[in-house]
Design a protein around this ligand. Structure first.
Ligand SMILES: *[C@@H]1O[C@H](CO)[C@@H](O)[C@H](O)[C@H]1NC(C)=O
Ligand SMILES: *[C@@H]1O[C@H](CO)[C@@H](O)[C@H](O)[C@H]1NC(C)=O
Length: 854
């Protein structure tokens, strides 16, 4: 626009120039103050001071702006406005302002020129004050980068002259001068750039002009070194060592790897991965965070399958091409005691016989542990109290053997609990039970519930009734415990025992096949055997003592006076008989025993009851008073004899007494010192005395023997009894005597039962009656032994010294009323069991009464 305007101005100027011919030229510097006098225009035009006003001297600028004006008073051209040469003339070397001077009256046109000289009022300046350059770090040295040139509107020497740049080792400045004189600054790379050393360079480019003083302008140049992927990611260590417990949970942090890459941006961005040839086992076990480099556990660690790992880890940057660094992670797996020991049965336990000897192998046992070191060291233990032990064989193998006596009866089955413990910390244990069954061996004989059985059986029982029941048990098992009962064969009175009893072999019940008679058989033994069904079988014996209990089934039998020859026995008695005269003595025996044989005598009827009395116990018939003349010469007495049994059995005997007037001296009066000889009765009396005396002597001898024994063994006093201390007479055939002591009732008696030495039918009885004035001592004479003394000797020899005590002896020898040597009333009882009692007893009674009667 200015240019256009200027051209137009110049056209008018040269037009006027041709019309007015005058030339005035002023030269002024630019940038003058208002009012500065450029020149004395009026004077130079030749005008007087008065004409200046009259002719209206004025200047007109052809351009729009009135830079100058005419001072009306002095006619001087003065600066009216600031003049900037660069504005008016730009870069042209000369700058002239044409002015038209107008003078009226008459009109005259003059042209003047004002040349405006340049002053250095402008500094060189850069269009962009801050310049940023990006240069790749790989750029080679010597490379040039053009910079922006600076502008200085001034001209001439005031215009731009040179450039400088701030110091930097990497850069230098080179100025290129173009053909039109323009100067272009260029940046030259002196040495290769390294972003990692210095990423940004700051340079100050300064443009200088040639004025005086020198003006300058600057531009800030920022050089950013562009990164090049020239650095490898580098790990802090080449090898990382990690120890980690096996069985650590998934996700356990292991190690943080750190690789550094000095490059920038993607070139320095490191991603972590496992190396290319990493095996699958590592990949499935470990995990690495690609960004942070933290390694974690992804799978399960098992020391037993892999104790350590060597892992190659790569760090790659994102540059193109990528750079890669490596390191190695050594993972050591720490063994934990995570495997419990294992007990392996290498052979099945076999059932054991209970008689298996100590050391018998029951089973083979092995111990394992997958852990290593102490964690895998296993010890086996057995609980105490078992008859078993472990015998070590080779490496962790053991034999379970018996170490004691087995007894199925106390423990039929064992559950042997083996405990395996490793030596880890804490130790792990495993238990295993090994069942062992014990097989029964027939080692227990049947055992009876009692050591012996006693059966008390009433005589005359029903055949076929159950006597007793024995029972045995066997601790063994099965057939070894199955029991059969049998009766061992023996003889009872020469008859086989099996004809008396039989046994139920299954349950031991014993039955009789007979009814028993006490008078024939008082006691017998049954030997019962219990036998188990084992192989070989075991057995036990037990003795069943069968005692037949007496029943009162025999009536007293009168021995004297005999009733067999006639119905009545006759006795003579002188009329001069005094009171207390022994007329006769009734003697009876009872086949029963005990109370059933305890005989008492009573006067049942009499012709004159005031004359006679009968001793209740002895059966003596005595006169109560002296016989008088008024008494009948024929007296008849009915004497009742009864036993003490239940029910009472009794018999009677009739005694006829003839009172003779001529007979003065009673023959049988025992208190009479001198017996009067008589022809008829004297002989009978003599026989009686002889027989009684002989029996008395025998009794006496027996008593003395017993008394001597008694005194030898015991000095205590009391009632006389014989006690059997030791009941093992069966064992010694020489002492085969059974003594039965009965103490019930008023009568005490000792019964001596003979064994083998004497036949079983023989018995020996002593009756001691404390209630009796005269104690009875009855010997039962063995039927086969006629010599009584001999029997006593045998008896004496068979009496064991220790087995007998004879505690006192006073009754039989004490005789208050006796005047003659002590008299013993001896009742002789004959027993024959198994034979015919009646015939024999009748015979014996007959023979005795014959003897007595002469
Ligand atoms: C034994 O068996 C017989 C016959 O079966 C029976 O009568 C008896 O009562 C039994 N004895 C016992 C003690 O059970
Ligand atoms: C049982 O008695 C029989 C016959 O006397 C005998 O042979 C056997 O040895 C006895 N058994 C026992 C266990 O005593």
């Amino acid at each position: 626009m200015g240019i256009v305007w200027l051209a137009l101005w110049w056209h008018n100027f040269f037009l006027l120039w041709s019309t007015i011919d005058s030339q005035i030229r002023y030269t002024i510097p630019e940038e003058l103050k208002q009012g500065y006098v450029v020149g004395k225009l009026a004077k130079d035009l030749g005008l007087g001071l008065s004409e200046i006003f009259d002719r209206k001297l004025r200047v007109a600028s052809e351009a729009g702006k009135q830079y100058f004006s005419v001072d009306a008073g002095k006619g001087e051209l003065v600066v009216n406005e600031r003049i900037d040469r660069e504005t008016l003339c730009g870069q042209s070397a000369s700058c002239v302002l044409p002015l038209q001077v107008v003078i009226e009256n008459p009109l005259q046109l003059h042209r003047i020129e004002v040349e405006i000289r340049d002053i250095n009022d402008n500094s060189p300046s850069f269009l962009t004050k801050e310049l940023t350059l990006k240069i790749a770090e790989s750029t080679v040295a010597g490379m040039r980068f053009p910079l922006e040139s600076a502008e200085d509107p001034d001209v001439g020497s005031n215009s731009l002259k040179s450039y400088t740049i701030s110091k930097d080792d990497c850069f230098s400045l080179k100025v290129n001068e173009l053909r039109n004189g323009r100067k272009l600054p260029e940046l030259v790379i002196e040495i290769a750039l390294d972003r990692e050393t210095k990423a940004v360079h700051q340079l100050l480019l300064t443009a200088l002009d040639g004025g005086n003083p020198v003006r300058s302008g600057t531009s800030q140049i920022t050089i950013i070194v562009l990164d090049n992927n020239d650095n490898v990611p580098l790990f802090g260590n080449n090898v990382y060592k990690v120890s980690i417990n096996e069985n650590s949970p998934k996700g356990t942090f292991m190690v943080k790897l750190k690789a550094t890459d000095n490059d920038e941006g993607q070139n320095g961005e490191v991603k972590y991965t496992f190396g290319e040839r990493t095996p699958e086992s590592v990949l499935s076990t470990f995990d690495i965070n690609p960004v942070t480099g933290e390694m974690f556990l992804k799978g399960e660690l098992d020391y037993e399958s892999a104790a350590n790992y060597e892992i190659d880890v790569a760090a790659k940057d994102e540059g193109i091409p990528e750079m890669e660094g490596h390191c190695s992670v050594q993972v050591e797996v720490i063994d934990l005691n995570d495997n419990p020991p294992e007990i392996v049965l290498t052979s099945k336990p076999s059932p054991l016989r209970e008689d298996a000897p100590s050391g018998t192998v029951v089973a083979l046992v092995g111990a394992r542990d997958l852990d290593s070191g102490n964690n895998g060291k296993v010890t086996l233990q057995l609980p105490n109290g078992h008859p078993f032990s472990l015998k070590p064989s080779f490496s962790n193998n053991y034999a379970l053997v018996t170490s004691g006596v087995l007894d199925r009866e106390s423990s039929s089955e064992y559950n042997i609990e083996i405990t395996a413990t490793d030596s880890g910390s804490p130790p792990l244990t495993t238990k295993k039970s090994i069942p062992v069954t014990i097989i029964d061996v027939n080692d227990n004989p049947p055992k009876f519930t009692q050591p012996s059985y006693n059966v008390f059986l009433k005589e005359n029982g029903l055949p076929g009734s159950m006597l007793s029941s024995v029972s045995a048990s066997d601790l063994d098992f099965g057939d070894n415990a199955k029991i059969s009962y049998s009766i061992l064969e023996s003889k009872v009175q020469d008859v086989s025992l099996s004809s008396y009893v039989y046994i139920n072999s299954d349950n031991g019940s014993i039955y009789s096949t007979h009814s028993f008679d006490y008078e024939k058989l008082k006691v017998f033994q049954i030997l019962v055997q219990a036998k188990d069904h084992g192989s070989p079988s075991l057995s036990s014996n037990v003795t069943v003592h069968v005692f037949i209990l007496d029943q009162n089934d025999n009536a007293p039998a009168v021995i004297y006076p005999s009733t067999a020859l006639g119905s009545v026995s006759h006795h003579l008695m002188p009329r001069s008989t005094k009171a207390g005269h022994l007329v006769t003595k009734v003697t009876a025996v009872d086949a029963d025993s005990g109370h059933n044989a305890w005989i008492s005598y009573k006067l049942a009827e009499a012709t004159d009851t005031s004359l006679f009395s009968v001793n209740l116990y002895t059966g003596e018939v005595r006169t109560k008073r002296a016989v008088s003349e008024q008494d009948d010469s024929s007296q008849r007495l009915l004497i009742a004899i009864q036993d003490d049994g239940e029910p009472v059995q009794s018999s009677t005997v009739t005694v006829a007494i003839l009172v003779e007037d001529g007979l003065n001296e009673p023959i049988l009066d025992l208190r009479q010192k001198v017996p009067e000889p008589s022809k008829k009765s004297g002989r009978i009396t003599l026989y009686l005395i002889l027989s009684l005396a002989s029996v008395s002597v025998l009794s006496m001898v027996t008593f003395i023997i017993l008394a001597v024994k008694c005194v030898r063994n015991s000095r205590s006093s009391g009632s006389c009894c014989m006690r059997r201390d030791n009941f093992d007479g069966n064992k010694n055939p020489n002492r085969n005597l059974q003594i039965q002591l009965n103490t019930d009732g008023p009568i005490k008696y000792v019964e001596v039962l003979g064994g083998e030495m004497m036949s079983q039918s023989q018995s020996f009885r002593s009756c001691l009656s404390p209630m009796s004035e005269f104690s009875d001592f009855t010997f039962v004479k063995p039927s086969s032994t006629t010599d009584f003394k001999e029997m006593i000797n045998v008896l004496d020899a068979s009496l064991p010294d220790s087995a007998w005590t004879f505690e006192s002896q006073q009754i039989p020898l004490k005789k208050k009323k006796s005047v003659v040597p002590p008299l013993f009333i001896v009742c002789v009882k004959l027993l024959y069991i198994g034979g015919n009692w009646n015939t024999l007893s009748n015979l014996s009674i007959q023979s005795i009464s014959n003897m007595l009667n002469g």
